[in-house]
Design a protein around this ligand. Structure first.
Ligand code: DX5
Ligand code: ZN
Length: 219
């Protein structure tokens, strides 16, 4: 199933002293979604920001807010992110024993549901919940920090997921997250990804629009 490529800049690499302005600028530069990385210092060894910041930014742009929860536990915070203005809520398969319940909750809140998988987790881990998700986030770095190097070892997993998803006939997006640049995006897309999260390669560029355009396939 071929869906148009979505580019989702990750706010993690933006200037936190000017968050609202960064959101407006990247939206005007052609971002399709905004990716918001939530880190708790427990599930990942870094802390970013929480639902209050998501809520404060909601009015800055109309584009979908793609919220990536790198927190454990997740369930006590799902409603807060939904109320803050998340459009997609993505939870890690490794974050706890009750992934199915978390996905039920997200759908019950009326949001699109995603599952993120760490580099050491196999594609098959999400097979039992494929009927409950709209998005899979394949981590192409170890979660916790921006600016890391893309892990080519994840390409095979992307291809496996592509086959698993196509077999369902459902339009589940495959998002790649970590180390995505104009150089690594083509391999991820060739393997079957259709949604590119990019932090450093967008917010670290002088021209956000050019950086976003450089990751879109030609034609
Ligand atoms: C990492 C985050 C990513 C991060 C990507 O834990 O999930 O979304 O912002 O940053 P870059 O594009 O710099 O690798
Ligand atoms: Zn992310």
């Amino acid at each position: 199933m071929n869906q148009p490529i979505v580019i989702a800049p990750s706010l993690l690499a933006s200037d936190f002293a000017r968050l609202g302005e960064e959101v407006r600028t990247v939206a005007a530069a052609g971002a399709d979604w905004l990716h918001l990385d939530i880190m708790d210092g427990h599930f990942v060894p870094n802390i970013s920001f929480g639902p209050m910041v998501v809520k404060a930014l909601r009015a800055a742009a109309a584009l979908p807010f793609d919220v990536h929860l790198m927190i454990a536990p997740t369930d006590p915070f799902l409603a807060a992110f939904a109320e803050a203005g998340a459009d997609h809520i993505c939870v890690h398969v490794e974050a706890g024993p009750h992934l199915h319940r978390s996905l039920q909750t997200i759908r019950g809140l009326g949001k699109l549901a995603g599952v993120a998988i760490n580099p050491a987790t196999p594609a098959e881990a999400i097979a039992p919940v494929l009927d409950m998700i709209d998005l899979v986030n394949v981590m192409t770095v170890n979660p916790g920090f921006g600016g890391q190097k893309f892990l080519p070892s994840q390409l095979e997993k992307i291809a496996t997921l592509r086959r698993m998803i196509d077999a369902t006939g459902r339009a589940i997006r495959i998002e790649v997250d970590g180390g995505i640049t104009a150089a690594t995006a083509p391999d991820a897309i060739a393997a079957g990804a259709d949604t590119l999260v990019a932090g450093t390669s967008v917010f670290g560029a002088a021209d956000y629009a050019a950086a976003i355009a450089s990751m879109r396939p030609a034609g």
